[in-house]
Design a protein around this ligand. Structure first.
Ligand SMILES: Nc1ncnc2c1ncn2[C@@H]1O[C@H](COP(=O)(O)OP(=O)(O)O)[C@@H](O)[C@H]1O
Ligand SMILES: [Mg+2]
Length: 331
């Protein structure tokens, strides 16, 4: 089968010393939403710039839609859309005028332009604001305008570098709602970089975690979280103490890996809460023990990251990162 993206042993070294990518292997099926997550400086943007044919690898190979990124850059660029981390629209003209410029760059027939542009503006929820200057748009609206620009050519793969960086949660949701409908309408593949774990968890079909230029793990969010193991059943007990007899019975359960008591809260570490819960309930019932509340905690992608990368992924420094990228572009 042909993969939308197929990367083999890819390495990129900057200035003879910074190993931004260090032997990356990656295969992404068509029609999927793929998230590459990792901390600042992990190599996400470098990989995306190689896949979008802006820079070349130092060694290794990458194919996009079956085409070699080094040999077939021009063909690849006709088939993909790319929204960089930094802003890619002009702020001193209207949303409509931005799209018109892109339509001309893409060589769209003049009689089609107005209809296609208006459709794109409608799809992205911007039609009412089409004649307003982009400088009056919110961050989320700007991102949606950028997606509209990239959509004009109905790309087979849409690359987005940190699509929601710096946006508030409701603007992030609005951007994602549009991306998901774009993907299903055009059955495109979406490849995005992010350091927001929750976003990868919610919207991607598959995730790879990158750290220091290496892919450390890959899979669906569910599978990755499952590998970390250990869900917790937390019982908040009624009364003023926890019965020792009850704790003894819980500890004897095969499904209980660990039991931690904290005041009136009992945390039971289990492999899979869904199968362990009925057994815990049975102990509660036969011992006539009442609980105020039962809650289940599943491992998060943050826990996955800690397991594979050894540190917690921090989302600080995002503004600094954007600034650094902009400075680099200017140079
Ligand atoms: N053009 C460049 N010149 C020199 N170093 C670079 C360049 N681009 C990226 N780097 C370095 O490569 C590493 C990976 O950067 P990048 O791919 O931007 O990471 P991310 O997007 O995950 O934050 C960082 O150490 C960064 O400083
Ligand atoms: Mg980046």
């Amino acid at each position: 089968m042909e993969f939308a993206i197929d990367v083999e042993n890819l390495t990129r070294v900057f200035e003879g010393k910074t190993r931004a990518l260090d032997g990356v292997n990656l295969r992404i099926e068509s029609g999927k939403i793929f998230a590459l997550i990792g901390p600042n400086g992990a190599g996400k943007t470098t990989l995306m710039r190689i896949l979008t044919t802006q820079i070349e690898p130092t060694s290794g190979e990458a194919h996009v839609l079956g085409l070699d990124v080094v040999k077939h850059g021009a063909e690849i660029r006709k088939l993909i859309g790319y929204i960089p981390q930094e802003m890619s629209v002009w702020t001193d003209i209207s949303g409509y005028e931005n799209l018109l410029i892109y339509a001309k760059i893409y060589d769209m027939a003049s009689r089609e332009r107005r209809r296609v542009i208006n459709d794109a503006l409608k799809d992205m929820g911007l039609i009412e604001f089409k004649d307003n200057l982009v400088r009056t748009y919110s961050g989320g609206m700007i991102r949606r305008l950028e997606i509209a620009c990239a959509m004009l050519i109905k790309p087979q793969i849409l690359f987005l570098d940190e699509p929601t960086i710096g946006l508030d949660p409701s603007a992030r949701n609005a951007v994602w709602e549009k991306l998901v409908s774009f993907k299903s309408e055009y059955s495109s593949t979406v490849f995005f970089n992010t350091h927001y774990m929750d976003e990868a968890d919610l919207y991607s079909d598959e995730i790879a975690i990158i750290n220091r230029g290496k892919i450390v793990t890959m899979g669906t969010a569910e599978a990755l979280k499952h590998c970390v193991g250990g869900e917790i059943i937390r019982l908040s007990m009624e009364g003023n103490s926890v019965s020792e007899d009850f704790l003894e019975k819980v500890r004897k359960l095969n499904v209980a890996n660990e039991v931690v008591v904290n005041d009136l809260e009992v945390d039971i570490g289990v492999g899979d809460a869904e199968t362990a819960l009925p057994q815990v309930m049975e102990v509660l019932r036969t011992g006539h023990v009442s609980v105020k509340k039962i809650s289940l905690t599943k491992p998060s992608l943050d826990d996955v990251f800690v397991k594979y990368a050894g540190t917690r992924l921090e989302s600080i420094g995002t503004i600094r990162e954007v600034k650094e990228v902009r400075d680099r572009i200017r140079r």
